[in-house]
Design a binder for this molecule. Sequence first.
Ligand code: CMP
Length: 134
Amino acid sequence: MIKPDGVKRKLIGEIISRFEKRGFNIVAMKMVHIDRTTAERLYEEHKGKSFFEELINYITSGPVVCMIVEGEEAVTVVRKMIGNTDPKEAPPGTIRGDYALTKAENVIHASDSEEKAKREMSIFFVENEIVAIM
Ligand code: CMP
């Protein structure tokens, strides 16, 4: 998911291009303005943490681009491509390492396990919005 700062900074094309060039297929995509209920569901695991309110306010502050990236070891490779949650720890060449400086506004979110990927896909997409590429 390209977060509100990534959309505002016109990084959508750049980010999609990186995934495509790496060889992944984009099998679903949409731009949405997440409502508070959906945001709280998406980030349920962070409820109670000090940054939760800030995170919910930020993720609902503008449109995001949600996509399903399909391919070999997609969860692991995409996480490597986006870099550490704290962009200051993300090496150059990663998306956060190239385009972000703070944990709060770190341009992009990606699922950190297959189980989470399934859960997050079901929050944003219904089955007939996911295409089969080949
Ligand atoms: P994301 O991959 O979307 O998953 C949870 C998000 O919480 C994370 O990226 C960060 O943007 C945000 N986050 C994590 N830790 C902090 C923090 N200490 N302060 C603010 N935001 C944080």
